[in-house]
Structure formats: C-alpha cells, structure tokens
Ligand binder design. Structure first.
Ligand code: DGI
Ligand code: FE
Ligand code: FE
Ligand code: FE
Length: 190
C-alpha cells in the first residue's frame, strides 16, 4: 500500500519530478472524492498515486509489450499512441514492478484516460481526480472542480464533453472508448 516506502520510491524513480507531483495531487484528490462518495479512501489514494506510473515509458517498450503474445493485448492498440497506451498497457508495468494485483485498481488505471461505457465508483474517482488535481491549471478547471465535488457522475460527464471538444478542436483522432463513454456519461439527461 501507500505506506510502503518501496512503492513510493519505485513510482518516484519511474518519472520526472513534475509527473510525480501530479501523481501525489491525484492521490490526494482521489482520497477526498472517496470520502465524499463513501468509497475506500486508502484504495482510491493508492490508485490515484500509481495511475500514471507508465506515463514516461518509451514508445518501443510499449510496442514490445503490446506485440508479445503472452500479454494478450488487442493489436489494434498499435494504431494508437502513448496517450492511449500509458493507462491500458501501463497496467502491465504496474503488475510487473509494483506487484499490484487488485483488479479494481488495475481496471481504474486502464480506464483513466478514456473512460468507458461502464465505470465503477473507483474508475470515476481516478478519471476525474486526474483532471482536477490541484496542479491542473487549464481554463475551465475551476468549474470542473465545482461540478465534480458536487456530483461525481456530473464530473465524469463534464470531463468527457470537454476532452472530446479539445480533441476535435485539435483535429485529433478519437479513441472509440472515449466516444462511447461520452455517449453514456457526457450527454444531458432528460
Ligand atoms: O496522463 P495525464 O496527462 O495525466 O492525463 P490523461 O491520461 O487523462 O490523458 C492524456 C492525454 O490523452 C490527454 O492529452 C488527452 C489524451 N486523450 C484522451 N482521450 C483521447 C486522447 N487522445 C486521443 N488521440 N484520443 C482520445 O480519444
Ligand atoms: Fe494519464
Ligand atoms: Fe484523465
Ligand atoms: Fe494523470
């Protein structure tokens, strides 16, 4: 768990200082959101802390892991990039290096960049904590914080709508799960 110096030091050693501070911010925010939403605070804090463990893994390393038949990754991942890989393929490195076996934590990390049609409370907490942690400073982040702290599902919807808008504005390819998640969580409910 998070009280292990070994785990903290492994995470610190796998990324630069700015990314490590982001992970600490996501961890603190995930803990707060867990308390507000009656979820296990320690588990949320741990998932938040390690969510970007693989953020700075090299492209050729991601590609090697995706191509290795032992790992059973969908080969369509090769048509995407590190923005998509670091969560989904990141779980391989988290299992290997950090000995994390909790499937709820691994699923939340898998889903943290794109969201998904089905999201557990932990999935939602990590997804939005990543977006609103204290170190984030994009325009709209204060509104995202207000929305998310008043209602977790509304925070998920806000983030998906704004991420889709951002990607389209920059003419970036939309990962099908991001779009499918938007169609569930992002749209206005009657
Ligand atoms: O790892 P972080 O920077 O903390 O945050 P993240 O994992 O939520 O997102 C990383 C990047 O992924 C962010 O710049 C937006 C991008 N992204 C999210 N959904 C999609 C996407 N990029 C593409 N091309 N397509 C998507 O659907
Ligand atoms: Fe990430
Ligand atoms: Fe995110
Ligand atoms: Fe992150």
């Amino acid at each position: 768990d998070l009280s292990s110096d070994l785990l903290v030091n492994k995470v610190r050693a796998n990324m630069d200082e700015a990314r490590f501070r982001h992970c600490q911010g996501v961890s603190i925010t995930a803990r707060k959101l867990a308390k507000l939403n009656n979820y296990d605070e320690d588990k949320a804090a741990l998932a938040g802390f390690i969510h970007d463990y693989a953020k700075q893994v090299a492209n050729d390393e991601f590609i090697r892991v995706i191509k290795d038949p032992k790992n059973n990754f969908n080969q369509d991942l090769l048509n995407w990039n590190r923005a998509i890989w670091h969560g989904i393929v990141g779980t391989y490195f988290i299992k290997r290096d950090l000995s994390i076996t909790d499937s709820e934590i691994l699923t939340a990390i898998k889903r943290h960049t794109t969201g998904d049609v089905e999201m557990t409370t932990l999935d939602k907490i990590v997804f939005v904590a990543d977006y609103i942690e204290p170190g984030r400073s994009f325009s709209g982040v204060d509104e995202a914080r207000e929305v998310t702290f008043s209602n977790l599902d509304a925070g998920v919807g806000y983030e998906l709508a704004h991420t889709l808008q951002f990607l389209a504005n920059n003419r970036q390819k939309i990962y099908p799960k991001t779009l499918a998640a938007y169609n569930v969580w992002g749209i206005k409910k009657e």
